[in-house]
Design a binder for this molecule. Structure first.
Ligand code: KG4
Ligand code: ZN
Length: 353
């Protein structure tokens, strides 16, 4: 069990991602096929089309990941695959592929929770990251504060009561008519650099709720109203906006980002207090998920952990957004503890899943 090589498959949303990882943390290969064309055209993820896009590329992405790792499926110890949460049509493409591969090569299979994977991938890059630790997971669909006490033992301290922060970034980017060929978050982060973060007065969500939950629906509405009152026309792409119009959009972007992240800071402060009451020995705050690749988010949370005598662990951007490495790695962690399913029968029908 010391030298495992696991292939991880992630298809929960719009990226088809596969990686091969060794149990010492070495990443042997990492391949991602993203649906940025589709995203830009439809302004979001359409499940049926996303499913088709996954189906079209999945065989090729797996093959490429094995090739780049200089391995064949025979060399693998196991196959790990995201089983949720996510778009069920999309998840199924990954699970089918994983079962087919595992069945054909007689490999054990490990079903992985997408959010657990976002948190545990931090242990690849930070070798001192032992349980218990606190994790803030921020992505397009999730906003979670979790006390990770042990592998498979998590206490949820807070979650969103409506939207996740990534969703708020994506909608704001769309309303400001930013270039969505990348997802909205990175485009908004870029524009915010040009703006004045004090220009628009947005109020911080859930001030009166002394808990660790999040809410972004109200901030989204505040942003929409600010956009309407400034007569910003979302039909005009940012590249075609006048200098004045561009600076007005940048002010909204910067002001939105300041409050969206301030909300994270306030909740993290409280979560640290709560977590310490349960596990006084926590030393790390892990911040992961797509939004954790944002530099402003990182720098603000860095000041929070400094103040509280913790260490911030933020995986590099390509391990923060959805990827196959986190799935393979979480598979390794579970496999080592004996948590896996036996190989599926080689003749299992495709539509079994
Ligand atoms: O974890 P992820 O790749 O997929 C989900 O599980 O949702 O996260 C995607 C989300 C999107 O909402 C995207 O706009 C956001 O992460 N994101 C960012 C940045 N990079 C990705 N948000 C803000 N700033 C960024 N630099
Ligand atoms: Zn994710």
């Amino acid at each position: 069990k010391d030298d495992l090589v696991v292939l991880g498959i992630e298809t929960s949303c719009d990226d088809t991602a596969v990686a091969v990882v060794r149990s010492n943390g070495e990443i042997l290969s990492q391949v991602i096929s993203s649906q940025s064309e589709l995203l830009a055209r439809y302004g979001g993820v359409a499940p049926k089309m996303a499913e088709e896009a996954h189906s079209l590329v999945i065989d090729q992405v797996v093959e490429e990941a094995l090739d780049k790792a200089n391995l064949t499926a025979n060399n693998l110890s196991a196959v790990a695959v995201t089983i949720g949460p996510g778009l069920s049509l999309c998840l199924r493409v990954g699970v089918r592929k994983a079962r087919k591969l595992a069945g054909a090569f007689n490999l054990p299979i490990i079903g992985v929770h997408h959010m657990e994977a976002h948190a545990l991938v931090a242990r690849i890059i930070e070798h001192d990251l032992h349980f218990p630790f606190l994790a803030l997971l921020i992505s397009g669909g999730h906003n979670l504060l979790v006390l990770a006490r042990d592998l498979g033992h998590y206490i949820q301290l807070g979650t969103t009561i409506d939207d996740a922060i990534g969703e708020a970034y994506d909608k704001t980017a769309k309303w400001l008519a930013l270039d969505l060929r990348k997802s909205g978050g990175p485009a908004l982060e870029e524009l915010a650099k040009e703006g004045n973060a004090q220009a628009v007065k947005f109020s911080t969500p859930m001030k009166q709720h002394k808990d660790c939950n999040f809410s972004y629906a109200g901030l989204k509405t505040q942003v929409r109203l600010a956009i309407e009152s400034r007569n910003i026309n979302p039909e005009i792409p940012i590249s075609a906006a006048s200098i004045q119009e561009r600076s007005s959009r940048a002010d909204i972007a910067a002001s939105f980002q300041r409050i969206a992240v301030l909300h994270l800071e306030e909740r993290c402060e409280r979560a640290i207090d709560w977590a310490r009451k349960i596990d006084p020995s926590i030393k790390h705050l892990v911040v992961s998920g797509g939004v954790a690749s944002n530099k402003y988010v990182r720098s603000r949370l860095y000041t929070v952990v400094e103040k509280n005598d913790l260490k911030l662990v933020c995986p590099p951007p390509n391990l923060c957004t959805d990827n196959g490495v986190m799935v393979a790695w979480t598979g390794i962690e579970h496999f080592r503890m004996g948590r896996f399913d036996p190989p599926p029968p080689a003749d299992e029908p495709e539509d079994f899943v």
